[in-house]
Design a protein around this ligand. Structure first.
Ligand code: LAN
Length: 729
C-alpha cells in the first residue's frame, strides 16, 4: 500500500474524484489470491498492460471479435468457450464479482474507520460509487441484498458507510436515503448485526445490543448448545463479536460520528433509551423473528446475569479463550479468514487486544482487499475471497461433458485449470484441529482458495471430479496422484449426516432446534448445518465416479454412503416432484442436482415414477419461449415463483441438464429451451447478465456471474453428446 495515496476517512476524506480512471485498475492474481490495484503513474500503466479479463470485469469493451452465427450446439459452445477462455486468469482459474449481500461493505468501512486503517483513495471513490449504484431506485434506501426491498439493516449501514467515505449529509441522495430510514423508524429498528456495528462505531450504545457472551465458549463440549456445534459461519462470526461485545469497546466520538448520531435517528440522540430498543426491529428486516426462548434468555442475561452474577474472573477467562480461538482462525487461514464478516471482526479484535501496531493487525489489514472487487458500478465486497476453485471445477466438467476436453483448441486452457486445481487441494489438517473445532481438511478443496482452507463437501466433490475427468482424458498430465484422490474420498466419507444427506462444511453437530437461538433476525436456517440436496448430490456423483476407477478402496463404506445418500434425496422430494435448493435459486437448481443423483444410482424417467414426477414439475413451469425463469422469492416463500422477466439463461440450462440426466424423452422440449439459449448468445460468444443466480440463509441473494457461461455450455454439450450436433436455429 505504501506508495498509494490514502483516503483519510477519519474526519476528512477527500471526495474530489467522482470516478477513477478504469484503464488503471489491475487484478493481481497470486495463485488465486485476488487484489485489485489502482496504478497511479503512467509508468506503471505501461509496464502492466490491462488484460482482457480485467477489461471484461470492469465493464469496458474487450475487443473480442464477432464470431460466426451459431446454428448447432457445438457452434454455440465454441463461441462461448472462445469468449470465456479469454477470461481465464493467470493462475488458471476464473474469477468474478461475488456480490449480492449489501451488509458487507459497511462492516469493512466501519472497521477501517475505528482501527484507523489507511487504504487507497481509489477504493474509497469506487466503494461510494457502488453503494450509490445499488440504492433502491424508488426510495433511495438499501436492502439486505441487491435485489431486495429497502430495510433498516441495509439503509442504516450503507448510509453510514457513505458518510465515513466522505459523502456529505446534504447530498440529495443522502437526504432521500435518510428519509427512507426515518420512515422505517431509524437505526434503532435495525437487526442485531447493525446494532453491533453502529455501537462499535460509537453512534449507538451497548445497551441496545442483545448479549453476545463469550462465556458460551467455556461450555463443556457435551452441552447441546455449545458453539462448536453451530454452523461454521455463525460460530466464526459469534466468536469475534462476543469478544468485542464483552470488551464493550467503542471508538471515541469524532465530529463525524457526532453528526451521524443526529442523522440516523428520528428523535434527539440524548433522548433515546437504548436499552428499551434491544428488541426493536422493523418489519422490513424481521425475516426470522426471535423466539420466546431467545427473548427469555436475553432478558435474563440483561437483567440478572450481566448486572449481578457475571464474575470478572469468568469474563477474563472467556475473553482469553475467545481470543485464542480467534488466533487459531487467523493462523489456520493465513489471516484470510472464513469470510467477509468475521474477517473485519477479527481485525478489530486483534486491534483491541494487541494494539494498532501489532503484527496480527498488519496481516489482517493486508487481507481486507482480498474481498474487494471492481466492476462497472464501482467497488464491492465479495461474499467470500472469491469463487476460484468452485467455478473452475464446473467449467472443466462442462467441457468434458461436452466431449471437448480432447480438442487441441481447449487443451491449454484446461491444462492450466488442472494445474490450478492441483495447486488448490489442501494438503494438511489444521494444527490442533480438535482444540479449535476444525473439521479435517486434508484432501479437500475449499470454495475459493487453499489459503482460506475450509473443507466444503460439494467443493471437494466437484474439484475431485474435475481432476479425475481431465486426468482420464488422454493428453493430460497426471498432477494429482491416486493417493490424493483417496484423501478427498476420506474427507467425503466423514461428511454424511445421520439422515444420509450431506451438509456444507461439516456434518451436522447439533440439533436443528438450535434455531430457537437464532439471534440474527435477518436470516433463516443458520444455526446448525442442514442436509442439502445439492451438497449430497455432489458427494454421490464423486463417490460413484471414484468407485468406477478404484473399485476396491473403502468400497463397502462408499456403497453404504451412496445408498443412504440416494435415499435421502428420494425422501426430501416434495409431493409435487420438486426439491428445495439452498444455494442456488431455487427449485430449478436443486432439481438439476437431484435428478443427477438419481441418475447416478440408476433411476431415470423410464424406470422411476419419482423421476417422472421431477420432470413433470419442470414441464409445468415452462415459459412461453420454452425456457425457465425462477425468481429469488422462491427461496423464502418455499413455493416456485416465476421470474418477472421470464426465462433466464442459467435456470433454463439447469433444467435442461436435469432433464437430460433424467433421460427425459421429448427432445423437442430440450431443443426449444436450447434454441432460446443460443438466441440469447451475443455475436462475440458471451451471454449477458440476467437475474441473480444464488442464495444463502434463505433470504440473501448472491451473484454467480460465471454461471451464465458454464451452465449453458454444459447443457448444450450434454445435448450434443446425446443427440448429435443437430441444428437448433
Ligand atoms: C457460500 C458459497 C458457496 C456455497 C456452495 C458451495 C455453493 C454450497 O453448495 C455450500 C455452501 C457454500 C460454501 C456457501 C456458504 C455460505 C456463504 C459462505 C456462501 C453462500 C457465500 C457467502 C456465504 C457467507 C455466509 C456470507 C457471509 C454472511 C454471513 C451470514 C456470515
Amino acid at each position: 500500500y505504501s506508495k498509494e495515496p490514502k483516503a483519510n476517512i477519519n474526519g476528512h476524506a477527500q471526495s474530489s474524484h467522482s470516478k477513477t480512471d478504469y484503464s488503471r485498475w489491475r487484478l493481481l492474481d497470486e495463485r488465486g489470491r485476488h487484489t485489485w490495484k489502482y496504478l497511479e503513474t503512467d509508468e506503471e500503466v505501461e509496464k502492466w498492460p490491462q488484460s482482457t479479463a480485467e477489461k471484461y470485469h470492469l465493464g469496458m469493451p474487450t475487443g473480442l471479435p464477432d464470431l460466426p452465427t451459431p446454428k448447432t450446439p457445438l457452434d454455440s459452445i465454441t463461441n462461448g468457450l472462445s469468449y470465456f477462455s479469454a477470461l481465464q486468469l493467470p493462475a488458471g482459474h476464473w474469477g468474478c464479482e461475488y456480490g449480492g449481500p449489501m451488509f458487507l461493505i459497511p462492516g469493512l468501512v466501519i472497521t477501517w474507520y475505528v482501527t484507523e486503517t489507511p487504504f487507497p483513495q481509489a477504493y474509497a471513490t469506487e466503494l461510494k460509487n457502488y453503494i450509490f449504484a445499488r440504492a433502491h431506485p424508488e426510495d433511495g434506501g438499501w436492502g439486505l441484498h441487491i435485489e431486495g426491498h429497502s430495510s433498516v439493516f441495509g439503509t442504516s449501514m450503507n448510509y453510514t458507510a457513505l458518510r465515513l467515505l466522505g459523502v456529505s449529509a446534504e447530498d440529495p441522495r443522502m437526504i432521500k436515503a435518510r428519509g427512507t430510514l426515518h420512515k422505517m423508524g431509524g437505526a434503532v429498528q435495525g437487526p442485531h448485526w447493525a446494532k453491533f456495528w453502529l455501537t462499535v462505531l460509537g453512534v449507538m450504545q451497548w445497551d441496545i445490543v442483545n448479549p453476545v457472551p463469550p462465556e458460551l465458549w467455556l461450555l463443556p463440549d457435551w452441552v447441546p448448545i455449545a458453539p462448536w456445534r453451530w454452523w461454521i459461519h455463525m460460530r466464526q462470526v459469534f466468536l469475534p463479536m462476543s469478544f468485542v461485545w464483552s470488551k464493550k469497546w467503542q471508538y471515541p466520538l469524532t465530529p463525524l460520528t457526532r453528526e451521524l448520531q443526529k442523522e440516523l435517528f428520528t428523535q434527539p440522540y440524548d433522548s433515546i433509551n437504548f436499552l428499551s430498543h434491544r428488541n426493536s426491529i422493523s418489519p422490513h428486516d424481521n425475516f426470522h423473528p426471535k423466539t420466546w426462548v431467545l427473548n427469555t434468555i436475553n432478558w435474563a442475561l440483561v437483567n440478572v446475569y450481566n448486572p449481578y452474577i457475571r464474575p470478572n474472573s469468568l469474563v477474563e477467562k472467556a475473553e482469553a479463550w475467545a481470543f485464542e480461538l480467534i488466533r487459531h482462525e487467523d493462523e489456520n487461514t493465513v489471516y484470510a479468514n472464513l469470510g467477509p464478516v468475521n474477517g473485519p471482526m477479527n481485525l478489530l479484535s486483534c486491534y483491541i487486544q494487541e494494539g494498532p501496531d501489532a503484527e496480527s493487525v498488519r496481516l489482517h489489514r493486508d487481507r481486507m482487499s482480498d474481498f474487494l472487487w471492481v466492476k462497472d458500478e464501482g467497488m464491492l465486497m465479495n461474499g467470500t475471497n472469491g469463487v476460484q476453485s468452485w467455478d473452475t471445477s464446473f467449467l472443466v466438467q462442462a467441457v468434458v461433458d461436452a466431449g471437448l476436453a480432447g480438442e487441441p483448441k481447449w487443451k491449454p486452457m484446461l491444462t492450466k485449470a488442472l494445474e490450478f486445481l492441483e495447486d488448490q487441494q489442501i494438503h494438511d489438517d489444521c494444527p490442533e484441529q480438535d482444540k479449535c473445532y476444525r473439521h479435517p481438511r486434508k484432501g479437500a478443496w475449499a470454495f475459493s482458495t487453499r489459503e482460506q482452507g475450509y473443507t466444503v463437501s460439494d467443493c471437494t466433490s466437484e474439484g475431485a471430479k474435475a481432476v479425475m475427468m481431465l486426468q482420464d482424458t488422454p493428453g493430460y498430465p497426471k498432477l494429482v496422484s491416486d493417493e490424493r484422490i483417496r484423501d478427498a474420498v476420506d474427507i467425503l466419507l466423514t461428511m454424511q449426516n445421520a439422515s444420509g444427506g450431506c451438509a456444507s462444511y461439516e456434518p451436522q453437530r447439533g440439533s436443528e432446534k438450535m434455531e430457537y437461538l437464532n439471534a440474527a433476525e435477518v436470516f433463516g436456517r443458520i444455526m446448525v448445518e442442514y442436509d442439502y440436496p445439492e451438497c449430497t448430490t455432489a458427494c454421490i456423483t464423486m463417490l460413484c465416479m471414484f468407485r468406477e476407477r478404484d473399485p476396491v478402496y473403502r468400497r463397502q463404506e462408499i456403497d453404504a454412503f451412496v445408498d443412504r445418500a440416494a435415499d435421502y434425496i428420494r425422501r426430501v422430494q416434495r409431493p409435487d416432484g420438486s426439491w428445495y435448493g439452498s444455494w442456488g435459486i431455487c427449485f430449478t437448481y436443486a432439481g438439476m442436482f437431484a435428478l443427477e443423483s438419481l441418475h447416478a444410482v440408476g433411476e431415470t424417467y423410464e424406470n422411476s415414477e419419482r423421476v417422472r414426477r421431477g420432470c413433470r414439475f419442470f414441464l409445468d413451469r415452462r415459459t412461453e419461449d420454452g425456457g425457465w425463469g425462477e425468481n429469488y422469492k422462491s427461496c423464502d416463500t418455499g413455493k416456485y415463483v416465476e421470474h418477472p422477466d421470464g426465462s433466464q439463461v442459467v435456470q433454463t440450462a439447469w433444467v435442461v441438464i436435469g432433464l437430460i440426466e433424467a433421460g427425459f424423452p421429448d427432445v423437442e422440449v430440450l431443443k426449444k429451451a436450447l434454441t432460446m439459449i443460443v438466441k440469447r448468445q451475443q455475436s462475440n460468444g458471451e451471454w449477458l447478465q440476467e437475474g441473480i443466480e444464488g442464495v444463502f440463509n434463505k433470504s440473501c441473494m448472491i451473484s454467480y456471474p460465471n454461471y451464465k457461461f458454464i451452465f449453458p455450455i454444459k447443457a448444450l454439450g450434454m445435448f450434443r453428446q446425446k443427440y448429435g450436433d443437430i441444428d437448433l436455429v
